[in-house]
Ligand binder design. Structure first.
Ligand code: ADP
Length: 165
């Protein structure tokens, strides 16, 4: 497995500027990034955007970055990491509230596959409280989401959640 390839998993429903920041910063450390888009969210429930839509929005959001590939998956993350040849899983951490869940997942994954490591990158202050659900909540009520998501995502979110605007 490659030392130069990292995998960044998530639901990305939709991708936000916080996600793009983590992807860019990880890309500055690793030559190749696989952004792994989970079919369904960890926490359960449905998604606002289909898997295909989430993949396409991520492709547009990262089109200026070289060495970044967007791949859907619906298997165990460690199995998918192995399949794409990545030894490192990179996750973004926002507030302390992310920690408990991420710590648990990192331990479970380590138990499943001990040669794959999870590494964390801290959110920058501007994006520390930014989540896909916050963006959707703002858009649903007609609020401004400029800067919180890439431009292509802004259009898609407004069309989906606040049509006619
Ligand atoms: P969310 O937690 O917003 O529903 P995902 O499941 O798609 O999003 O998250 C994928 C990864 O991106 C997780 O590790 C999450 O902690 C991280 N992440 C999400 N939003 C941000 C942000 N604003 N800054 C840094 N990392 C983030």
């Amino acid at each position: 497995m490659s030392e130069t390839r990292a995998i960044i998993p998530g639901t990305f429903d939709p991708v936000t500027s916080g996600h793009v920041d983590i992807i860019e910063r990880t890309r500055s450390l690793y030559d190749e990034i696989v952004v792994a888009v989970a079919l369904s969210p960890e926490k359960g429930g449905g998604t606002t955007f289909t898997l295909d839509e989430r993949v396409r929005l991520l492709e547009r959001a990262t089109e200026k970055l070289s060495g970044v590939e967007i791949r859907p998956f619906d298997t165990l993350l460690v199995d998918f990491a192995r399949e794409v040849g990545a030894r490192v899983i990179v996750k973004g951490l926002r507030a302390v509230s992310d920690f408990e869940r991420e710590f648990q997942m990192a331990q479970l994954n380590h138990g499943l596959e001990d040669d794959i490591e999870t590494m964390f990158i801290m959110a920058i202050p501007d994006y520390a409280y930014l989540s896909s659900s916050a963006v959707k909540e703002i858009a649903r009520h007609g609020g401004p989401v400029e800067g919180l998501v890439p431009e292509a995502v802004r259009t898609a979110v407004v069309e989906r959640l606040h049509p006619g605007r």
